[in-house]
Design a protein. Structure first.
Length: 229
């Protein structure tokens, strides 16, 4: 099996050395970048299995690059930062990052987290479910009627979880597990709300007013109801 490719983006040479050594020790192949712009350009010609991305970068910020990546691909992003305050973590998850690691960290922890993200991506790409005229296909595609939508990885997994149990309330904890693989995360509800907001917007863009099929159940979670036609 080919070694999974990881893009590692950090402007500190010493940190790049630490991260690449840790990842390569666990069987990854790394391509390194000192800023966001060349990493973004490289994504147009090659798709890695994971992007490990420093938040504080010269020029384009890591958060901006993360948002771009997640809006256009299903490649998971792990943010790395020296700032561990709740507001910083929430900003990272609102940018739709799958994971968030605070410096200083143990190199093996970084590598094991990377393995988990790559493994999770592989297993979730096989989801296939549908509900009426709305269906989720393999990869990160969804189809509403005849309109195809491209979802981010987390949007895709949250929608698939809702589709799997239509007309049933799916709790925040279950949605966190489905979308991010963990039941307890700082800022977890905000992450889910952001994913649902984006899903509703994409559904409305495909078919006006269709976003309302995802209903909020106050204090509990969300459910999917049949669209009216």
């Amino acid at each position: 099996m080919d070694e999974p490719l990881v893009f590692v983006v950090d402007d500190e040479p010493a940190m790049l050395d630490v991260m690449t050594f840790a990842l390569e020790t666990q069987g990854f192949r790394c391509e390194v970048f000192r800023s966001a712009e060349p990493a973004w350009t490289a994504l147009s010609r090659q798709r890695p299995e994971l992007v490990v991305l420093d938040v504080m970068l010269p020029g384009m910020s890591g958060l901006t690059l993360c948002t771009r990546i997640r809006a256009t691909t299903d490649v998971p992003v792990m943010l790395v930062t020296a700032k561990g305050e709740p507001a910083e973590r929430i900003a990272g998850f609102e940018a739709d990052a799958e994971d968030y690691v605070v410096k200083p960290f143990h190199p093996r922890e970084l590598a094991l987290r990377a393995q988990r993200l790559v493994r999770r991506r592989t297993t979730t790409q096989q989801i296939l479910t549908e509900f009426g005229v709305l269906r989720v296909e393999t990869g990160t595609d969804a189809v509403l009627g005849t309109v195809r939508m491209t979802l981010t990885g987390n949007e895709y997994k949250v929608l698939a979880a809702l589709l799997a149990e239509p007309n049933e309330t799916i709790g925040f904890r279950e949605l966190l597990i489905a979308g991010w693989g963990e039941a307890d995360r700082l800022g977890g509800r905000e992450m889910i709300k952001t994913a649902v907001y984006r899903l509703r917007h994409k559904l409305d863009s495909a078919v006006p007013q269709s976003g309302r099929v995802i209903e909020s159940v106050r204090g509990s979670g969300y459910l999917l109801r049949a669209a009216e036609h």
